[in-house]
Design a protein around this ligand. Structure first.
Ligand code: SAH
Length: 446
């Protein structure tokens, strides 16, 4: 979501005539986008913010924009007092305050009009090299902003505000515009993406929205995340199975495998509900891959309760498990009413146990790709190798001197590890022997 927010601000700045720079030191505008989902992310955000102090001191005219969840939607007086060097504070997903600041100051706009003005990005959790936006193959499109669910551990509803669905026309227009700029893949985003449209009377639901987006010419792949088990419908799963551009990959976090922990997290489903959902996903979508999120060390989690989570993952064998150690977030229900009583050491122990388990599971699943030919959408060259993804969202690297940006090509998998794969072309892609859109509707056996 933060990457999507950063791109939105970058696009707004480019509309104003600013050009991207990868050097904060030489930029006229520095945007620091921030994440606070865990303490480690928040610490990084403060670290980056402090690193901007010398730049602002040396060049006071530099506009510093602090954005995202560190600012939040509820006011930021404390931050304003603590960091007077920040010129503009922006809540998540909103380029408005920065654009207003830059355009209100007419003398600046006028004076600088002749010279070229530059902006740089810094991201609290991940750095976004601006150069990458030049050849954008895959783009994120937020469709649900905020969240109203209030899982007890989660700070996002407090920082991103209540759940709001974006109007369907805005979304379709944005997807059309992205496709016309050469974007081949879009990922529709929401904290609970399956709740799309619930706040719009007579509006489409997620499955119906996907059908509309599917019509957009030039677009080759559609993904969406993140799903909540209680809001996935059979209509949605059947739509994924039916429409060729919708990729067979589902991100649906379980968070824990013990019913008492799930209840304390206020997830509102049981481990058995999740089992049934996974079975249903796998029945309805052939060769689907499923990713989950798990938090270890939630307040009160016993060894036995953790063991239930371990066993559930071992039983369900997910393609990907995003693991996190519980980090108490100020203001959340878990922070106010529960004690963060699992030691750091225990959290690490549980984290490593799941990591090791998942490495085995992913190795086993991915080994089935060895020798198979799969359609890979290539994004960019990273350290000499082209990086792309299979329909199931597996990372594939291929070595070639050809420019593969945005190309969708069949690749034979020659090596498969737990976190990525390597492959080769059976025919040189530049030779013209392989049509670029060959087999986009076929799905790999796996
Ligand atoms: N709404 C989305 C994104 C939530 S944040 C979703 O449900 O996936 C992404 C992940 O961060 C969550 O799934 C959860 O596993 C993790 N997370 C959220 N709050 C956390 C906390 N306080 N401590 C540790 N991990 C947390």
């Amino acid at each position: 979501m933060n990457v999507a927010d950063s791109r939105r601000v970058a696009a707004a700045l480019e509309d104003l005539g600013y050009t991207p720079s990868s050097l904060a030191e030489e930029a006229d505008v520095i945007v620091l986008n921030t994440c606070v989902v865990r303490q480690s992310a928040e610490d990084k955000a403060y670290g980056r913010l402090n690193s901007l102090k010398p730049i602002k001191k040396k060049r006071p005219e530099t506009v510093i924009n602090l954005m995202g969840c560190l600012v939040g939607v509820k006011g930021h007086e404390i931050l304003r007092d603590r960091f007077p060097m920040v010129d503009v504070f922006s809540p998540p997903s909103d380029p408005g305050p920065l654009i207003a600041h830059l355009t209100q100051d007419e003398s600046r706009a006028f004076e600088d009009a002749a010279t070229s003005r530059r902006f740089a990005f810094m991201d609290g959790e991940l750095t976004l090299p601006v150069e990458e936006r030049g050849n954008l193959v895959s783009a994120f499109v937020p469709i649900v902003l905020g969240c109203s669910h209030a899982c007890t551990y989660c700070i996002i509803p407090y920082k991103r505000g209540i759940e709001r669905s974006r109007p369907v026309d805005d979304i379709v227009a944005e997807v059309r515009s992205l496709a016309s700029q050469g974007v081949k893949e879009i990922t529709l985003l929401g904290q609970i993406v399956d709740r799309y449209g619930k706040d719009i009377p007579d509006g489409p639901n997620l499955a119906q929205l996907i059908r509309l987006v599917h019509e957009v010419d030039g677009l080759e792949r559609i993904r969406f995340l993140t799903s909540h088990p209680n809001w996935m419908t059979t209509e949605l799963l059947d739509t994924v199975a039916e429409l060729p551009k919708v990729m067979p990959h589902i991100e649906v976090p379980v968070q824990a495998g013990h019913d008492e922990v799930l209840a304390n997290m206020k997830r509102e489903y049981t481990a058995d509900d999740y089992r049934h959902l996974v079975a249903d996903i796998r029945t309805r979508i052939p060769n689907v891959s499923i990713a989950t999120d798990i938090i270890v060390g939630f307040p009160g989690e016993t060894d036995d309760q953790f063991q239930s989570t371990y066993n559930l993952l071992a039983e369900l064998k997910m393609d990907v498990a995003h693991l996190a150690r519980y980090s108490t977030r100020p203001g959340t229900v878990a922070d106010r009413r529960m004690v963060d009583d699992v030691s750091d050491e225990k959290k690490w122990e549980r984290f490593r146990a799941l990591e090791e388990l998942q490495e085995g599971i992913a190795s086993e699943i991915n080994a089935r790709y060895q020798g198979e030919t799969v359609d890979v959408l290539f994004e960019e060259k990273v350290r000499g190798r082209w990086r792309g993804r299979t329909p199931t969202n597996k990372l594939v690297f291929v070595e070639t001197d050809d420019d593969l940006t945005g190309k969708l090509l069949p690749v034979m998998i020659t090596w498969a590890g737990p976190w990525s794969m390597q492959g080769m072309f059976l025919t040189r892609p530049a030779g013209g022997a392989i049509p670029l859109t060959l087999g986009i509707s076929s799905r790999e056996t796996g």
